[in-house]
Design a protein around this ligand. Structure first.
Ligand code: ADP
Ligand code: MG
Length: 233
């Protein structure tokens, strides 16, 4: 709770009300698992971070800027970057961000552990404050499908465990989570726990007016929040 408060306060000092992956520590503080990651602001630090985070394997690299909300739209996400390409990819990401918006605030580049997406389902877990009902927690199919399929469901926070379970049951994509067509089922208990922890976070911090974890990657071994964005008051 203290760690989360500090992250929100330091964001306030930076004079922005929009936060992205630089705020992933908030999720860690509330026990929502995130992949190993580091934010760097030079080529050489990117190489070091990739070595640490990726342990010799490929990594994912993302531009970190409060002015760029949809990173992939501007080519700001590089998936499967091998160690020898990390330095150049660092430059590429920063250049793309500058080209897109010359005066964008660029906080750096996030170097992230690359998850095995073979048995994964990209879900979304989020929150919007409704003037009438208060914080509404949302769960559904995530990734690029979220706008296309609009397969989501909501509950008023705080969300109890039975309610979180119901949310899983309710979405059209429920069979996908449960292992349709010979797929291995994802760790449902971990998804339920993540929904509840998110609900707790937004209940504890009314200053968070909007939050999206997209995707919350669900696998047979658990969940990992790989992207987050939020708006604070
Ligand atoms: P944005 O939503 O701003 O475009 P994301 O961080 O959500 O950026 O990344 C876009 C997509 O890239 C994700 O939906 C996911 O498919 C893939 N991706 C992102 N991070 C990882 C990761 N650590 N491991 C594997 N795939 C990832
Ligand atoms: Mg995303």
């Amino acid at each position: 709770r203290e760690a989360a408060r500090e992250i929100l306060e330091s964001a306030g000092r930076r004079d922005t009300n929009r936060l992205g992956v630089e705020a992933m520590g908030l999720l860690d503080a509330y026990g929502i698992p995130t992949p190993g990651s580091d934010i760097v602001d030079s080529r050489s630090d990117a190489v070091d971070a990739a070595e640490r985070v990726g342990a010799g394997d490929e990594v994912v690299m993302k531009i970190v800027s409060p002015d760029i909300l949809h990173k992939s739209d501007i080519g700001g996400v590089a998936v499967g970057v091998p160690p020898e390409e990390v330095a150049d990819t660092y430059e590429d990401l920063v250049t793309r961000a500058r080209n897109y918006q010359p005066d964008a605030t660029i906080l750096g580049v996030q170097v992230q552990e690359m998850l095995d997406m073979d048995a994964a389902v990209e879900t979304i877990a989020g929150m919007n404050r409704d003037p009438q009902f208060g914080p509404l927690v949302l769960f559904g199919l995530g990734g690029i499908f979220v706008e296309v399929l609009e397969d989501t469901t909501v509950r008023v926070a705080p969300v109890s465990e039975p309610s979180a379970r119901e949310m899983l049951d309710e979405i059209e994509a429920a069979p996908l989570l449960r292992g349709a067509r010979g797929r291995e089922p994802v760790d449902e208990a971990a998804v339920v726990e993540a929904i509840q922890r998110l609900s707790q976070l937004v209940t504890d911090f009314p200053a968070i007016v909007e939050l999206d974890i997209n995707p919350l990657v669900a696998t047979p071994d658990g969940v990992r929040a790989v992207d987050v964005r939020l708006t604070i008051d």
